[in-house]
Structures are given as C-alpha cells and as structure tokens.
Design a protein around this ligand. Structure first.
Ligand SMILES: [Zn+2]
Length: 416
C-alpha cells in the first residue's frame, strides 16, 4: 500500500499509475486512491453513480428507518415518495463516461466517523505543512474535539462548516474530501475546475470545520454504544423512545445547533419544550458549546463569507434579512454557486425562521453566507453513501470559487 507520506514525492507517477486502474480495482479498502465516478456524457453538474466502487462502510446501519423529520426553517419537508421519483432510471440512462478523482489521505466513500476525521486532519497537517494547519475550537459535552483545518496562506478567507446536524454527516465527508483534494492539487500544481489551486491558496485561505457536531454524528452513525451507559435513558427519551438513532440531528445535549445563533432566535417557531433529537432551540442562544465555539471562531477569523453544508434537497439558501445594499452582491455569488452545483436558489422568505448560522452571519455581520443542502430528500435519515459521488461532482469546485470571491471581497475592502 502506498503510504500518504510517500505519495507526494512520487505523486506525478503515482497519479499516472492510478489512471491505469480498472474500475474494479479502485477503492479496495481505505487509503490513497482514485474515486471513479461515472457521469452521463455532456453532464457538468449532473447525476452520477459510482462505477465499480467499493463503498465499504464500516458501521452497519441500524435497522428501521427513522420517522420522517423535516428540518423546518432550514430544510423544507420532504414530499412523500420524492426519493423514488428522483431516482435515476438506470435502464435508460446513457452509457457512463469515466471521470477520475484523486484523494491523498481521505477516503470519503465510507461512513466517515469522528475518529477517521481526527486522524485524517492530523495526517493532512503533517503532509502539507506549508498549506494546512489543524486546531480545535473546543470540546463537546462528551469530550470530542470540534476540529478546524485551515488551508492556504492568503488573506481572503472563507469558512466552510459541515455536520451541524448529526444525521447529515455526509457533509463531513464532503468537507474533508474538499480539503484533501485542494491540498493535493495545490501541491502538484494541478488545475481543478479551471482554478489554479496553488495560486489561489496563496491569495486565499479556506477554513473547514467538517464536523461541528461530532456527538450527534456519532449517535447517528453508531448509536448508544458509543456513549456512557448513564446517558442512554436520556438519549432514548429525547429520541421519542426509539432505539434507532440514525435520524438524530441535535448535539449530545438534545439541542439543535442550527437553532442556536442570535438571529431572530426569540421568534423561532415549533421548538420542542425541552431537549430532543431535533429542533430544540435551547434555553438561550449559544448555550451549546459547539454553536458557541463556531460563533466565537467566526468572529475571531473574520471571514469574507461562510458556507454551512446541510442535507438534503439540493437547494441553496442565501438570504436572511439581508441588508439592502448587500442583496445584489450576495445574489450574484449565490447564482454562481447554483451554476456550479446545479442546486436551486430558494427565493427570500417573507417570514424566515431564524437561529441558523448563515442567518446570523448574513443579518449581523453583513457579509455573504450560504446554506447548501446536498443530496436528494431522504426519509429523514442520513443520505446513503451512494449519494456521495454525485454530490462530490457538484461541489468539488465550490470552495475554490468562493476562495476567488473572497480574494475579490478582501481587496475591495482594502481599497475602501
Ligand atoms: Zn441540517
């Protein structure tokens, strides 16, 4: 097996070698390797399926699907049967075109746990010392670290956040994959999505918080066994008595982290009276250590823009009591994101439910903030691993496009 440390020195030959792999050889276990993705001919941001890939999840999903859970205020409720209606018709689909992608450390096509993330981020910082650095923003109630990885050395800063909600952990796969892919591209001088990544990461810095809610993610992926016995009765009660935790969205204290930010918090509708697997806004804003940590880090970092990745729906939220002078700017960037991802832009709502991270950033900081909802609607449980390849193709250039926007915004600010 090629070790990550050996990959970069021999990288160009390594990449050439990887290109010779047949689909069936790809992704045999964890480690460096290509993801083979099939796209219909001519597709840019179109549905894709993994061809011959070993999706090798190591955590067995629990048995019954959880009840459908709408992510009100952030994600619209799933219309019944929408998943079936959206499923690609494999019988009539055109023959796939092979597209290859490379990762140096992260294997994003597996159930991506807190432990994998912890290990991968340390490895990335060790492998790309000139580009990458890791820090913790704080700890959760169960002692897990809230990791952040900075990539790049330039002043134009973007902050990207995954997994506010436990069941939406595929967004952590996406964030870790993005960081790895960009670091690799910058190191070998590769162009990605038309961007010169090395040049871009000298004028911009991307900060990733791939898994803001590691307790909630772990509960969704593993279940009660990952938590001390004395917590089990509490978790069961907050989960409505169900022992299937796949649909768990809250943190380990039963607080919905994306209903915690000071953005019209007092007016958040439909919050349960107390801790719950979903939607409980907490006794006050920012009492959850995870939301507080991200809030403090955002203010300290002072990024030009923020992106929160959620699931599902393949839509983009960009507006929240947006300052009139910012509407055109924010809408233009949102349109660019929509063009890249193929996701629909949602129109501004008349009475948006608040408390969300991007809501607070847009309304209070007055800079662009976006919520991107990856994947097609599910029954309320996590997206299947099979959704990753398509979402990766849709989103792989998002961080780079936003880095470019951040450079521009930073320069405009400096010129004023
Ligand atoms: Zn969410």
């Amino acid at each position: 097996m090629i070790t990550a440390r050996r990959l970069v020195p021999g990288l160009m030959t390594g990449l050439l070698g990887l290109a010779l792999l047949a689909p069936g050889q790809a992704r045999a276990g964890r480690g460096p390797g290509p993801a083979l993705v099939a796209l219909p001919p001519g597709a840019v941001a179109a549905p894709a399926v993994v061809a011959g890939a070993n999706l090798g999840g190591t955590v067995r999903p629990q048995d019954a699907p959880p009840e459908a859970v709408a992510d009100a205020g952030v994600e619209p409720a799933a219309p019944a049967g929408s998943e079936a209606a959206d499923a690609p018709d494999r019988e009539t689909a055109p023959p796939p075109v092979q597209i290859m992608d490379h990762f140096s450390i992260v294997n994003p096509e597996q159930v991506y746990t807190y432990e994998l993330l912890t290990s991968d981020l340390q490895r990335m910082a060790a492998q790309y010392p000139d580009l990458a650095r890791v820090r913790t923003l704080g700890q959760t109630a169960y002692g897990r670290e809230i990791w952040a990885l900075g990539l790049g050395t330039g002043p134009g800063t973007v902050l990207l956040v995954g997994a506010h909600h436990g069941s939406e952990w595929l967004t952590a796969n996406l964030m870790a994959a993005m960081a790895d892919r960009y670091a690799l591209a910058a190191t070998v001088g590769e162009t990605l999505g038309g961007f010169n990544v090395n040049e871009l990461l000298r004028s911009a810095t991307l900060w990733f918080v791939p898994m803001l809610n590691p307790d909630g993610v772990t509960l969704s992926q593993v279940g009660l066994s990952a938590f001390p016995a004395e917590s089990h009765a509490r978790f069961l009660a907050w989960n409505g008595g169900r022992d299937d935790f796949r649909g768990w969205k809250a943190n380990g204290e039963g607080i919905d982290l994306n209903r915690q930010y000071p953005a019209e918090w007092a007016y958040i509708a439909a919050s349960p009276a107390g801790p719950s697997f979903s939607h409980y806004k907490g006794a006050e804003p920012l009492v959850a250590s995870e939301s507080r940590a991200l809030f403090d880090f955002t203010l300290a970092l002072d990024p030009e823009m923020v992106v929160a990745y959620h699931s599902a729906g393949q839509v983009i939220f960009w507006h929240f009591h947006t300052w009139p002078e910012n509407v055109e700017r924010d809408h233009r960037i949102a349109e660019r994101l929509s063009g890249l991802t193929g996701y629909d832009l949602l129109p501004p709502e008349e009475n948006p439910s608040g408390g969300g991270y991007k809501d607070w950033f847009v309304q209070t900081v007055g800079r662009p903030g976006f919520t991107l909802e990856i994947g097609r609607y599910t029954d309320g449980g996590p997206l299947p691993l099979s959704a990753f390849a398509e979402e990766w193709q849709r989103n792989r250039a998002v961080g780079l496009a936003l880095a470019e926007e951040a450079v521009r915004l930073d320069q405009e600010r400096g010129a004023r």
